[in-house]
Design a protein around this ligand. Structure first.
Ligand code: DAK
Length: 257
């Protein structure tokens, strides 16, 4: 059984984590399939955005505890470079990646969602960093991305208590971009991804780079970087087409060049 179901819908690559009996717990095989699907979507010039989702019960309930429990000691985990060796592929995607979260996004599942460019959540979504409950701690950026998105107080409380927060709280504290009724999540997420994919891909890439730079630079350097990218859009055929189309009161026909 495929652990990641991949389907192209127009210019959107829809990737669905598919280990339902284990609440999509992330094991090495699933991560391998996810990375292969991401590679394929990135290489496909007909794809303009990637939508990552799970099922109604779970986006992913964390790293597979059964797989981790087998690791005997520190030396072995270092040697194996568990999870880190291939866990962060999604952060290297140059195309926009949206996470659509229903049900549980726990531990590594919450970390995977936060690695995406933004998260859309159904009202039934639950987020947590519960690693402390099983005697470990976030290891795929959870403490860092939670702190950047939600601030120190929430990050400390969530990582130290391991409690779950619901979608509304996650939206209020900046983990989630938008909450939609659970039954509409897949439709809204697909429409959002399709809208993004309909825009000029090189511009979308520049916007990703620019927003991500906000987390790596001082404000003045970030604004300067943004200005250079903005100027660069004037080298694109899509920029000329977009402005011309507006003035001619028609939809732009982007060539993604
Ligand atoms: N791993 C493996 N199996 C899991 C799982 C997980 N994380 N979560 C759920 N399952 C399995 C259950 O064992 C059960 O399997 P069967 O017994 O039916 O075979 C099945 O999924 C259904 O789960 P439950 O029967 O428990 O369902 P409930 O509705 O009663 O409870 C629950 C749902 C989500 C509250 C509960 O399953 C739960 O607490 N799950 C564990 C959540 C958790 O602790 N997640 C964090 C895992 S630690 C690293 C980077 C990252 C990480 C680690 C290292 N490095 C860079 C080194 C990340 C760590 C984590 O994510």
């Amino acid at each position: 059984m495929a652990l990641v179901l991949a389907e192209n819908i127009g210019r959107v690559a829809l990737l669905r984590l598919n280990r339902p009996k284990k609440l999509n717990a992330l094991n090495a095989a699933l991560i391998g399939e996810l990375n292969a699907a991401l590679d394929k979507a990135e290489a496909d010039e007909k794809i303009g955005a990637i939508l990552l989702t799970g099922n109604e019960r779970a986006f992913a309930a964390g790293a597979d505890i059964g797989e981790m429990e087998k690791i005997k000691n520190y030396a072995e985990v270092c040697e194996e470079n568990l999870i880190t060796r291939d866990w962060e592929r999604v952060t290297q995607c140059r195309k926009p990646v949206i996470a659509a979260v229903s049900g549980y996004a726990l531990g590594g599942g919450c970390e995977l969602a936060m690695m995406c460019d933004f998260v859309l959540a159904g009202t039934d979504a639950m987020f947590s960093q519960p690693e402390i409950i099983i005697g470990t701690m976030p290891g795929a950026g959870g403490s860092q991305r939670f702190a950047r998105a939600a601030g120190k107080a929430k990050a400390m409380e969530m990582c130290l208590s391991g409690r779950m927060m619901d979608a509304k709280e996650a939206e209020r504290c900046g983990i989630v971009a938008r909450v939609v009724p659970a039954g509409s999540l897949q439709r809204v997420a697909l429409e959002t991804a399709q809208k993004i994919a309909s825009h000029s891909l090189p511009v979308a890439r520049m916007i990703k780079e620019s927003v991500n730079a906000a987390f790596e630079t001082h404000l003045s350097a970030g604004v300067q970087f943004e200005r250079r990218l903005f100027h660069s859009t004037f080298a694109l055929a899509d920029r000329a087409e977009g402005m011309r189309a507006f003035l001619q009161k028609r939809k732009p026909k982007f060539k993604h060049k």
